[in-house]
Design a binder for this molecule. Structure first.
Ligand SMILES: Cc1cc2nc3c(=O)[nH]c(=O)nc-3n(C[C@H](O)[C@H](O)[C@H](O)COP(=O)(O)OP(=O)(O)OC[C@H]3O[C@@H](n4cnc5c(N)ncnc54)[C@H](O)[C@@H]3O)c2cc1C
Length: 505
């Protein structure tokens, strides 16, 4: 049997690998992608989840990155208005603080005017003596700046890119580890292992893309067998989640005495997300977890601002991830560049390799376009840029049309409570209709796993989004992990093991 030769083989199912695979297959290349665990199980589910210009990066003169990121905010929002939405940030100010008011004003002026802002409201100055946003804070502040950025469900953005790539014909393989890759007769010969069955399969491709995020150097060493590879600096960032600390939909931007900043963000309706930290990391990224010092640091920094202190006992969940930052030799972790670098290797006649270093959720679509320019130069151009103006699955409704979608879903399925309908539209957008089918009552949705998670949703996630374990469902496809008890999670695990689903497409 002749084995198919793919144009492009991508290692890594984080945001960058899935973004490149989607863009490439949409241009007409044949694409395969292998992810050793679940999609977004690496860094791409451990972010602060902002679609942001990066106000702080202005201090490090990262104008290219900030401008590209600012421009992407509304492009991405329009692409996926179910999982991306605008968020206002409140930056409390007091005299003698870390940064003078003129510097903050200048930063926010640039932020408003560097480009791309059409629907997002501009910066405003708040009177903290009267604005309700001051209520949960200590009474130190008379003034605050309020500015716009965006919020994203990071893990869902990854899986929706994978879904769209598969819908367009890419071979998308979770739980498939690339163990070796070598050049043979002008092609790449790639050995993979199914991490569940242990079965090995060989693939051939004209070009290989190493989008392994924090594992990018591990792949260069372990998969390509090279001794030296120290291109990325691994920088750990951790978050804590506590019960909701404040009312309202605005987030806070707190400046700390060490010159760092942390965010306190309304999270999953009933919670507050606080983070992040920045510290160099040397282990395997899969083992990363929050340290007691980071927990203390986040509690302490947030308590400097909130009237009611944030205590360790208040924490209901934590998560931690590793940033794969391009190593530009900066001395402090927080100063290392957040920009990305794409490097293509391969002499004449050799199959090319592209390594991806760095990158943010916010810039993944532009990173993919830049990667496709280099891929075109290496193996021949196909198609044209197409992802700006496209929709991720379920995102085919107007950027400001979320409320109308909720109303539409409730009109079709009046048995849904307001909160259930809102949650389904947030996760699945227009595809919530397919998930619910002809259901006319809750009993049609099957078994109730708790907190509005029904069998119909689990089946949908198994059939359309490659979910195979309770963790996939509870911590990446949704955040029901925050609401289900251990017993309920165990029942979900049992159910999923007993009802393996065949993936559609
Ligand atoms: C604490 C923190 C906060 C952040 N906050 C933000 C934010 O608010 N906004 C923003 O825009 N960005 C943010 N980022 C940055 C952003 O999350 C990352 O840049 C991005 O997720 C990196 O994606 P990736 O695809 O490169 O890596 P990953 O998501 O790690 O994907 C790489 C994948 O490769 C797989 N892999 C590795 N080796 C192999 C192999 N041999 N075979 C098969 N698969 C393999 C891994 O399993 C992994 O899933 C944050 C990052 C951190 C750590």
């Amino acid at each position: 049997m002749t084995q198919q030769v793919h144009d492009i083989f991508v290692i890594g199912g984080g945001i960058n690998g899935c973004g490149i695979a989607r863009d490439a297959v949409g241009r007409g290349y044949s694409v395969a992608l292998a992810e050793m665990n679940d999609f977004a199980s690496g860094t791409s589910s451990g972010a602060t989840k902002l679609i942001h210009g990066g106000l702080r990066y202005l201090e490090h003169y990262e104008f290219r990155l900030v401008r590209e990121s600012l421009m992407e905010r509304e492009t991405l929002w329009a692409m996926a208005p179910h999982i991306i939405w605008p968020l206002r940030f409140v930056l409390p100010y007091h005299k003698g603080g870390i940064r003078p008011a003129w510097l903050i004003r200048l930063g926010l002026f640039l932020y408003d005017h560097l480009g791309g802002r059409k629907l997002l409201p501009p910066t405003a100055v708040l009177d903290m003596r009267t604005d309700p946003v001051a209520r949960p804070l200590k009474s130190l502040f008379t003034k605050a700046f309020e500015y716009s950025d965006g919020w994203v469900d990071d893990a869902r953005m990854v899986v929706l890119n994978a879904r769209d790539a598969a819908d367009k014909g890419a071979l998308i393989m979770p739980r498939t580890m690339v163990v070796s890759a070598k050049r043979e007769n002008g092609l790449w010969s790639i050995d993979t292992v199914d991490t569940v069955s242990g079965k090995g399969v060989n693939y051939r491709a004209r070009m290989l893309v190493n989008a392994a995020g924090p594992w990018v150097d591990f792949v260069i060493r372990g998969v390509f067998g090279r001794n030296e590879a120290h291109h990325v600096r691994l920088v750990q960032g951790s978050h804590i989640v506590v019960k909701r600390k404040f009312e309202g939909e605005r987030a806070y931007f707190f400046q700390n005495p060490d010159n760092r900043i942390i965010f306190a963000i309304p999270y999953e309706n009933d919670f507050t997300l606080i983070g992040t930290t920045d510290r160099d990391y040397t282990g395997d990224p899969k083992d990363v977890k929050i340290s007691p010092e980071e927990t203390d640091y986040l509690c302490r920094c947030a308590s400097e601002y909130f009237r009611e202190p944030v205590r360790k006992e208040d924490i209901v969940w934590t998560y931690s991830a590793v940033r794969p930052l391009f190593d530009d030799g900066a001395s402090k972790a927080q100063e290392a560049t957040r920009d990305y670098v794409l490097k293509v290797e391969g002499q004449d006649g050799e199959a090319p390799l592209m390594n991806i270093f760095g990158g943010k959720l916010t810039t993944y679509r532009r990173l993919s376009e830049h990667a496709l320019e280099k891929i075109g130069a290496a193996i021949g151009v196909q198609g044209v840029p197409w992802t700006a103006g496209s929709h991720l699955p379920g995102g085919d409704f107007p950027a400001q049309g979320y409320e109308a979608e909720v109303t539409r879903l409730r009109t079709r399925h009046p048995f849904l409570t307001e909160s259930h309908a809102r949650r389904l539209v947030r996760r699945y957008g227009t595809r919530a209709a397919a998930l619910l089918g002809e259901a006319t009552g809750l009993e049609d949705l099957g078994r109730d796993f708790g907190a509005d998670l029904y069998e119909a949703e689990v089946k949908y996630l198994m059939a359309h989004e490659w979910a195979t374990t309770a963790d996939d469902v509870l911590w990446r496809r949704t955040k029901h992990g925050l609401r289900l008890s251990q017993e309920q999670a165990a029942r979900l695990e049992e159910y999923m093991a007993a009802h393996p689903a065949r993936m559609a497409g």
